[in-house]
Design a protein around this ligand. Sequence first.
Ligand code: HEM
Length: 149
Amino acid sequence: MNLRFNDYPEAFTQLKQDPQLLPLAIEEVLRYRSPVQAMARFTQVETQLHGQTIPAGKMVTVWIGAANRDEAQFEHAEVFMIDRDPNPHLAFGNGIHFCLGALLARLEAKIVLSAVLERLPNLRIVPNKKLEFISSIEVHGIKYLPVLF
Ligand code: HEM
């Protein structure tokens, strides 16, 4: 979360002035920096998708990260907007396997970030620190986040 706000300090200021925006801001972070970038699915029947024929029984990698930057779904998809509404992102998946922990993850983020906004208003990433990303195609995130406050 802080990664985005470090890049967009004006968004952090906006959030401190109007903490009611926090739930929308959390959804935008989930869209913009989707922690799960890809999921696998198997076709049960032959499937047509954008002019491609996928035979039955094939594994398909569904790119959540790409879907969440789809211009056909999100206006100015490359822009991080903390008040984006509606925000139909797929960060928690879709359908019967929709993330069971989505409510808990959203609640935890809201509790922690409310406390951060209130108690650490000058929170920032240590300047010039090279951040190390988790080495994975499917999971997007950093190994640790050194901060100052
Ligand atoms: C930001 C945090 C999280 C993200 C981005 C996330 C994302 C996802 C995604 C993309 C899926 C696959 C959905 C699909 O196949 O359509 C999933 C499934 C699942 N998640 Fe999460 N998750 C998060 C947190 C959690 C937490 C905190 C828990 C448990 C406490 C949890 C439990 C599960 C379970 C059990 C499934 C499998 C559901 C099924 O197959 O029916 N997740 N999650």
